[in-house]
Design a protein around this ligand. Structure first.
Ligand SMILES: [Zn+2]
Length: 181
């Protein structure tokens, strides 16, 4: 539950700036880097502590976003891809997804934003060490480093389905009709 439940992270100014796992959010709360804003109404228990599952947290220190590049990591690649397998187009939960090198490392591919996509286990296995053209497969969209506006847009798309997040993401009525990624 702690690695699957996603938590909205607000800047100290209450702007939504990120999504993290409940595990990370709890660590930030325990270390005093963030305060709890909304909880999910469920309790997390371990032998040593018990606390409510966070839903929205707020950083104590303001982070200046324009100077902060989006970190290259598993979570952000999946967020960029909307938790959708880039080969079959199905949406999965994070633990059912893997990352796939479009051009396999063994064939000269790099570990980078432009060569790594989200893939379900089935598609990843099917692709193996092959190139897309060898299997007649395609990617839904060409992978790229997301820009900050794209990234924040994705946070909003995901947040739309989460009632507790909505009031921090300030949706206009117009956006209700926008296509969901
Ligand atoms: Zn797939």
């Amino acid at each position: 539950m702690l690695t699957q439940h996603r938590v909205l992270v607000l800047n100290s100014s209450y702007e939504a700036i990120n999504i993290c796992t409940a595990k990370r959010a709890i660590l930030m709360l325990l270390s005093g880097k963030a305060d709890l804003v909304e909880n999910a109404g469920e309790e997390v228990r371990s032998p040593t502590f018990r606390m409510t599952l966070p839903e929205v947290i707020r950083l104590r220190r303001y982070i200046s976003l324009p100077y902060r590049p989006i970190p290259y990591c598993r979570k952000n690649i999946m967020l960029r891809d909307g938790f959708i397998c880039q080969y079959c187009g199905e949406q999965f939960s994070p633990d059912e997804l893997t990352l796939d090198h479009v051009i396999p490392i063994s064939r000269g591919g790099h570990d980078s934003w432009s060569n790594v996509v989200t893939a379900c286990k089935h598609c990843n296995h099917k692709k193996g060490n092959n190139l897309l053209e060898e299997l007649g497969m395609n990617v839904l969209s060409r992978p790229r480093r997301p820009t900050l506006p794209t990234f924040l847009h994705l946070v909003r798309v995901i947040g739309k389905k989460r009632d507790v997040w909505r009031k921090y993401l300030f949706y206009d009525d117009d956006e209700e009709n926008e296509a969901v990624v």
